[in-house]
Each structure stands twice: as C-alpha cells, then as structure tokens.
Design a protein around this ligand. Structure first.
Ligand code: NBP
Length: 477
C-alpha cells in the first residue's frame, strides 16, 4: 500500500480534485466505475504527480495506506449509496470515507450513522468552486468526526484555496454539518445572484443603459465593498457580445433561470427550522417565476401596469442608490443565512463556528468576497451574535445606505420593476427592527377561530378569550 488518499469517481470534479492532490505531492489512488476515465486521467495528466490507478475497487482499496482515506466524487444520491455499499465491505475499522459530492445533508446524517456503527469515519464534505476550484483550490467544508479530521484535514487544507495564507477549509462539525453548510452557501449564492440581477434590471430600466454600460458600473463596484467573484463575472458577462448576432450576450439568453435543487433544499430547511431566510426564498421563487411559462404568457400584455415613467434626475445618484441598496440587501441575505446555520447548529448539536465559515468562504467558492472578512470579524467580536445585522459594523453600513435602499424599493414599486429580493430584504429589516409587530393581531385571530391561546404583554401565562360567549378571559396555565 503506497497511496496517501484515493479518489473514486473521476468525472470533472473527481478528476480535478485528484490532480490537485497529486500536485500537492500526495500519492493518489484512482478508481472510476468506467475504467476508461481512469486511463485517460493518467494519460493526460500523469505528470501532475504520482497516481496509482486501479480498475477493480478491491485493488484501489488495497493500494491505500492505513487508515485508508477514500474520497467519493460521484453523482449525488443513489450513485453515492451504491459506491458506499461496494466500498464498505473492503474497509477496516478507523478508515475514512469522504463524500465530496453535493449530498443533501439528511442523507449525510443517515450515512454517517450507518458507517459509524461499522467503525468507519464518514465525512460529508461540501466542496465549492466548480471544476476550476477543484483543480486550483476550492473552498472545502468537511463534517464528520474530529478524529478523522486529524488525518484528512491537513490534506484538504493543502489543496484548498488560500486567502492571506489561510486555508479555505476547516472542520465544520459532526454528522451532516459539512453538507449543511455547503447547502446554505448555495442558498446564499442564489440570493446574491438574484440581488445582482435586480440591480442590473434597475440600472437598465432606470437609466436605459446598455448592457456594456452596466458592465462598466459593475466593474467599478468591484473595486469597493462589493468586490466579489459574482460581481466580477457579472461585469464580464455584461461586456460579452454574442458572435452570431452582434447583440449583447445577455440579450440573446432566454430569461428562464434553472436550478439543480440546493436553493430549494435551503428554503425547505428554513421552513422546517422556522428561520426567515426571505432573501434565499425570494431568489428561489424568482427563478421559479421566470420558468412559469404559461403563467407569464397569460399575464404578458394583459395585466395592467399603471406605472409612472421613471424619471432619474441624476445618473450618478441613482447608480449610487442602487449600489447601496444592493449592499444592504446583501447584508440581510447573509445575516439570514448565518441565522439558519446557527439554528441548525443548535437543532442538531453541531456547534458550528459561524466566523470560521465566513473565513473559509473568502476564497475558492462562488460567493467569495471581500465582505466575508467583515462577517468573520463580527463573529470574532461576539461568537454568539444573535443577528449579524446587529453587529456595529453592519448596523452602520446598512444605516448609511438606508435612504438609498428605500428610494430604490419605492421607485421600483412605482415603476413596475420587480425587485423581490431588494424589497423583501427591506421588509425583513423593518420587521426585525420593529418595536411592535402586527403579529399580535394574528395571535388574537388564532385565538378567536381556533382557541389557540395568546400571551399578554403585561403578565406571564397563557390566556384564552371566550369569543363566542361573554368574551371573558381565562388563564390557561
Ligand atoms: P457527475 O455528477 O456527473 O457524476 C459522474 C460520476 O459519477 C462518474 O464518475 C460516474 O461514473 C459516477 N457514477 C454514477 Br453517475 N453512477 C455511479 C454508480 N452507480 N456507481 C459508481 N459510479 C457512478 O460528476 P461531477 O460533475 O464531477 O460531480 C461529482 C459530484 O460533485 C456531484 O455530487 C456533484 O453534485 C458535485 N459537485 C459538482 C460541482 C460542479 O461544478 N460540477 C461542484 C461542486 C460539487 P462513470 O464514469 O462510470 O459514469
């Protein structure tokens, strides 16, 4: 046995992770169901480092040093279970099975329990950054036991992205914690992309600017607080011209956004845990609306608009308003996502360090951004921070943009520009900061029709009013 680590599943992601490991001087065992992939990897990239290819899974396992560390990088779902079922009988106590695919975290919880019962470590690991990241340094979010991290962690940290010399990989927490955090990362990515799309639409409709002009604005924004991978690629996309038509590329792309499901999982979990992740939810529903073709056809040209023409008096003021509204909305979306991580951490007993999550998202992954430093700093100031927005830096940052944010959301409503994520983020902000919410009325209604009881502002206990009788109040407990 010579290999330090093995990778089974050598499609784009597995292939690039294996190459990344080899380039970091690890001896990498290789296996893939269809052997031709293994052969072509060694043929094309054998000079990346030392590979030990095997056609049979038995030989692959036998080529690994103990404790054996196997990364599974296959299609998430049934394929992962099939590979685990084949692999487990070949392993021995203390060996480490890493699922680096995009598993849904309840599957990871189930698999971790099953393998633990057999004396194996199962590490559900989020990997972000796509194929380019897998090769040159992704953000890596491993869950599982701390004990397994002692063997696996240093290897993953070596191949991860680095920001200021700090690896974008850390131990996340037990069980499904790693895949959970990756799921929320993707949810936040949905929100971020939707917010950027709304900013683009506002600039387009408010200024009548061309795609390329808006690309210039995004490129400018990428030099400030908004600096991030997504803003950078947005500028690139907006500058791109379609070769066939000579039109702006964005104008020839069909306006129906698709999804693979991680946004949906994030929203479903937000509902399960009762965490208001409105930014992520609006972003996921906005994609669904864009793909609601019959509904859009029935509405287009039929539903009246009654809009006022958008009169932007000062172009620079408007652009700055949109930038500030985008930043404030983004803070809300991230604040909500980190709330969801805190809620899940408490629910499942994961003890996730939110500041560390922001730190490992600074490089390698799709939501990498300058702004994440600020989040790490906020949780360094107060690890138990109940609301990211309440950290002094973010409170001030949002306050600075608040008037811009209100002008933009009001203007969008008057002019009929759909801004679900901008608007709902502002509604969340006003909701969470409110002295008193109309939820009191909802509690009264619930007691009226369903005897669901209510609590009072002026005393403890639970009460019910006899709505259909003499309207007297009784204390329930
Ligand atoms: P795919 O998701 O396209 O999966 C292809 C791999 O799965 C091949 O190696 C294939 O083997 C193997 N496989 C399948 Br399908 N069914 C199998 C089975 N029953 N038994 C054994 N192997 C099986 O590959 P990918 O795009 O490289 O993604 C790998 C994982 O990484 C996925 O979970 C994905 O969600 C995740 N991920 C992808 C990205 C990305 O940007 N693509 C980013 C982050 C995470 P074969 O060669 O024999 O068909």
């Amino acid at each position: 046995a010579v290999a330090d680590i093995g990778v089974t599943g050598l499609a784009v992601m597995g292939r690039n992770l294996a190459r990344n490991l080899a380039r970091h001087s690890y001896t990498v065992a290789l296996h893939n169901r269809t052997h031709a992939r293994t052969v072509s990897l060694v043929e094309e990239h054998g000079d990346d480092g030392t590979f030990v290819p095997s056609e049979r899974l038995e030989d692959f396992v036998a080529s690994l040093k103990r404790p054996r560390t196997v990364i599974i990088m296959v299609k998430a779902g049934a394929a992962t279970d099939a590979v685990i079922d084949e692999l487990v009988p070949l392993l021995e106590e203390g060996d480490i099975v890493v699922d680096a695919g995009n598993a849904h975290f309840p599957d990871t919880i189930r698999r971790e329990e099953a393998l633990r019962a057999q004396g194996l470590h199962f590490v559900g690991t989020g990997v972000s950054g796509g194929e380019e990241g897998a090769l040159n340094g992704p953000s890596i979010m491993p869950g599982g036991t701390r004990e397994s991290y002692a063997t696996l962690g240093p290897m993953l940290e070596d191949i991860s992205a680095k920001v200021d010399g700090v690896p974008c990989c850390t131990y996340v927490g037990p069980g499904g914690a790693g895949h959970f955090v990756k799921m929320v990362h993707n949810g936040i990515e949905y929100a971020d992309m939707q917010l950027i799309a709304e900013a683009y639409d506002l600039l387009r409709q408010g200024l009548g600017a061309s795609a390329a002009e808006i690309g210039d604005i995004f490129a400018e924004w990428n030099t400030g607080d908004l600096e991030s991978f997504l803003i950078e690629i947005t500028a690139d996309v907006l500058h791109h011209v379609d070769a066939a038509t000579g039109s702006a590329f964005v104008d020839v792309v069909l306006d129906q956004a698709e999804q693979k499901g991680t946004g949906r999982w994030t929203v479903q979990n937000g509902l399960d845990l009762g965490v208001p992740i409105t930014g992520i939810a609006e972003a996921t529903f906005a994609r669904a609306l864009s793909g609601s073709v019959p509904q859009r056809e029935a509405a287009r040209g039929t539903l009246p608009a009654h809009t006022a023409a958008w009169e932007v008096k000062d172009r620079d003021v408007f652009v700055e308003d949109v930038r500030r509204a985008l930043y404030a909305s983004k803070v809300v979306a991230y604040s909500q996502g980190f709330d969801q991580i805190a809620a899940a951490s408490a629910e499942y007993g994961w003890d996730i360090d939110r500041g560390a999550m922001a730190r490992i998202w600074r490089g390698g992954c799709i939501i990498r951004a300058r702004f994440l430093n600020r989040i790490t700093e906020a949780y360094e100031r107060d690890a138990g921070l109940p609301l990211l927005l309440a950290d002094p830096y973010f409170t001030d940052a949002v306050a600075d943009g608040l008037q811009s944010w209100r002008r933009i959301v009001a203007g969008a409503a008057q002019n009929g520009v759909p801004t679900p994520a901008f608007s709902s983020s502002l509604a969340y902000y006003d909701g969470v900061r409110a002295e008193r919410l109309p939820a009191a009325l909802i509690q009264a209604q619930r007691d009226f029709f369903g005897a669901h009881t209510y609590r009072r502002v002026d005393s403890g206990g639970v009460f019910h009013t006899e709505w259909s009788g003499d309207r007297s109040e009784t204390q329930e407990s």
